[in-house]
Design a protein around this ligand. Sequence first.
Ligand SMILES: NC(=O)c1ccc[n+]([C@@H]2O[C@H](COP(=O)([O-])OP(=O)(O)OC[C@H]3O[C@@H](n4cnc5c(N)ncnc54)[C@H](OP(=O)(O)O)[C@@H]3O)[C@@H](O)[C@H]2O)c1
Length: 223
Amino acid sequence: MQHPILLIGGNSGIGAALADRLRAQGANILSAHRSGEPAFDATAEEPDFPDVDGPLGGLVYLPGSINLKPFKSLKPADFDADFKINVLGAVRTLQHYESALKEADNTSVLLFSTVAVATGMPFHTSVAAAKGAVEGLVRSLAAEWAPTVRVNAIAPSLTDTPLAARLLRNDKQREAGNERHPLQRIGQPEDIANLGAFLMDPANGWITGQVWNADGGLGALRV
Ligand SMILES: NC(=O)c1ccc[n+]([C@@H]2O[C@H](COP(=O)([O-])OP(=O)(O)OC[C@H]3O[C@@H](n4cnc5c(N)ncnc54)[C@H](OP(=O)(O)O)[C@@H]3O)[C@@H](O)[C@H]2O)c1
């Protein structure tokens, strides 16, 4: 029997594409997000977690940030906000659903990092620090929750979603974004969703504790 998969942030960008992909494969998708009905804020002190009735087959945590500023203009509050949404929100969510996840076999958890953790980029100190913590969380939790729950992350480069809209405001920015990638284009939500669906699939149940780059070659190639 297939248990439902909970997507925190399944209404937009990568999450919406992943929800479509998983539904097309027959998965039962539950989604909670900030602008949902009822609204769910993963950064609240005590988030109002949606009830799930029984075991969960998987959980994907999508809330994240792209707060790019020179290091000297970043305030402690910026680091705090990035840590809250990227790390603490995921931690609280995973703690809340731990038993529901462990009730099923071969369950998969998916978190999101960024290409800017493994590849240093200017103006990324705050988000890279937070996403670096996500990568540490993924490996530690994968060890702690093995063999019941698999835990992986995807580290995307620039992907055309509402979160990245400020970096893709006009043709010039889009062209520059395309050219920066060895594969000569920025990512589409489906590029990331396809990899996400692979990692959520119980058929790929021997993969855990990994951070997967989906970045048009940006992190690994010089062409
Ligand atoms: N897009 C990129 O270029 C890029 C690059 C590297 C890494 N990433 C990572 O990929 C992940 C997905 O990003 P995306 O581009 O698909 O973003 P997106 O389009 O902004 O979608 C984010 C989703 O998370 C929800 N969300 C945000 N804050 C929340 C909160 N406090 N509580 C509950 N739900 C919340 C949003 O809900 P509402 O719509 O209701 O606010 C939305 O459904 C993020 O972790 C991001 O850091 C993205």
